[in-house]
Design a protein around this ligand. Structure first.
Ligand code: XMP
Length: 519
């Protein structure tokens, strides 16, 4: 099999930061994939044909029964290998060195590595000031290096901080070069891929051409249907597929009546008129709001919306005469099979709604052209496809929409008030140039009425909560530290401009213990 790009294989031993290795490599325009150690065998290696291999770190001990190991054949590929932390220990263990148990002397955090006498091209650009800061995180440590290896860097607690067998291009480090706390880590990766002969051929332009070819090959003359929400992932997926197969693609925008102010019109007009994309605007607000009438339990809300979404989508798919393929904007982080070390299922905090479950039910095959990309790469691809910056930088918006920003029962009146308050809030954020510094910002309407005084009269209206958070991936988040001036100006505007609200709160809860959305 030939591959369009030179490929690097990351064998995952379960480190929390394996994805960062992939990020660093993609920044160097090197195509890489992460695969769990227990899925990589000789046949896999042959088919993948990596130009280099990286062993990630991991929480295990090589002494543990059934300790994660790479296949022996990886050392016979004749390609450079870089072992990180547990990856270093595994490498030494497999190649004839020795690893010692930590005996409670685990080393975590900042350390300083100083160079050995010998020079190593992997460390070009290192040690200009005599030493480099690195980030250590390990329990066991290497006590004897394997035959052929030599030491190129040491730290007070890690005499084998940097080791290598340059003749075989095997490199092994005790620390994590992929984290920001190893400031010269990116340089180490740059040196590694240069030594391995990567040309840096992973560009968005090349990706786009490739993806278009792949979509055409997969779909042939078949019809594809895509749920378009206006979010960056589904927008980019739709544009890319449209460029590949034109009118064989039909997009469906399911309007559940829980969109923000002007949103439905904006999404529909942009894709229909600007991009000339075949788009069905399914206005199903009566259906959704009818089913949600009197529902106040968050999970019931989510499940109702998810079920109706599938129903509407199925109906629309039938209306266009059936489609053999369903397009989804699945991203790489959703695809990577993480190595579970603790085992056991995690607790469901919220049932996220997406179109999952549809393809099996409807007998459709999936088209997922973004499966290999990280979020920022999707944004880069969006730019390549000419998607306006406004869409590219949009804050994430949840599938259940305003339903989960309206705790308790949903009414049309509340939704209407919420839309107007949210529009004022977002306008304030844009006016103050803060939109791009925030991961997500929105207003919520609380299920309480409070007393106020406006002019000479008493008011008895809803309270509104404002939320704004910073985050990297939505998994954890911190509230955004607006100035007092911003908050008071915004509260005044909302109360003056939105009839039905007489009190404004700012949510200062981080995640955890809160979540980003209210429900
Ligand atoms: P939470 O509220 O769980 O949100 O802290 C984390 C991120 O996920 C988004 N979110 C959803 N996205 N369907 C979605 O597509 C959902 O059901 C859903 N619930 C939460 C939320 O907006 C935030 O970005």
């Amino acid at each position: 099999m030939t591959h369009a790009h030179q490929r690097l294989l990351i064998i995952d031993f379960g480190s929390q930061v394996t994805q960062l290795i992939a990020r660093r490599l993609r920044e160097l325009k090197v195509y890489c994939e992460i695969h769990p150690f227990n899925r990589v065998d000789a046949a896999f290696l042959k088919a993948f044909a990596p130009k280099a291999v990286i062993f990630s770190g991991g929480p295990a001990s090589v002494f543990a029964e059934g300790a994660p190991m790479p296949p022996a054949e990886v050392f016979d590929l004749g390609v450079p290998i870089l072992g990180i932390c547990y990856g270093q220990q595994v490498m030494m263990h497999c190649l004839g060195g020795k690893v010692e148990r930590g005996h409670g002397t685990a080393e975590f955090g900042r350390a300083y590595v100083t160079p050995a006498e010998r020079r190593l091209p992997l460390l070009d650009g290192w040690f200009a000031d005599g030493r480099e800061q690195v980030w250590m995180s390990h329990g066991d440590h290497v006590s004897e290096i394997a035959p052929g290896f030599a030491v190129y860097g040491t730290s007070p607690n890690a005499p084998f901080a940097i080791t290598a067998d340059p003749a075989r291009s095997f490199y092994a480090v005790q620390f994590h070069p992929e984290v920001h706390h190893t400031p010269k880590g990116a340089k180490l990766y740059e040196n590694f891929v240069r030594l391995a002969g990567f040309a840096g051929d992973w560009t968005m332009g090349a990706y786009r051409e490739d993806a278009i070819e792949k979509i055409r090959a997969q779909v042939g003359g078949g019809k594809v249907i895509c749920a378009l929400s206006g979010g960056v992932d589904s927008s980019v997926a739709a544009l890319l597929i449209h460029q590949a197969i034109g009118d064989q693609l039909t997009c469906v925008f399911v309007d559940h009546g829980l969109m923000r102010q002007g949103e439905a019109e904006e999404v529909v007009s942009m894709f229909r008129e600007h991009y000339n994309l075949p788009l069905i605007h399914a206005d199903e607000s009566d259906l959704f709001l009818g089913a949600l009438d009197g529902v106040s339990d968050p999970e019931t809300k989510r499940k109702t919306i998810g079920r109706l979404f599938i129903e509407v989508f199925e109906r629309q798919a039938e209306a266009i005469g059936g489609a053999a393929f369903l397009a989804q904007g699945t991203l790489y982080p959703d695809v990577i099979e993480s190595v579970s070390v603790s085992g056991g299922p995690s607790v469901t905090i919220k049932s996220h709604h997406n179109v999952g479950g549809l393809p099996e039910k409807m007998g459709m095959k999936l088209v997922e052209p973004l499966r290999e990309l990280f979020k920022d790469e999707v944004r880069a691809l969006g730019r390549e496809l000419g998607l306006p910056e406004k869409f590219i930088r949009r804050h994430p918006f949840p599938g259940p929409g305003l339903a989960i920003r309206c705790p308790g029962e949903i009414t049309r009146e509340k939704l209407d008030i919420l839309r107007r308050a949210d529009a004022v809030y977002i306008d304030q954020i844009r006016r103050h140039g803060l939109y791009d510094a925030i991961w997500q910002a929105f207003a919520a309407i609380l299920p309480v009425k409070t007393v106020g005084v406006m002019g000479d009269g008493r008011t008895y209206d809803y309270a509104c909560a404002l939320r704004a958070v910073t985050s990297v991936d939505g998994m954890t988040a911190d509230y955004y530290p607006f100035t007092h001036d911003f908050l008071s100006e915004t509260a005044t505007r909302i109360i003056n401009e939105v009839q039905g609200i007489n009190r404004v709160f700012y949510d200062v809860t981080s995640k955890p213990p809160g979540t980003i959305e209210m429900e």
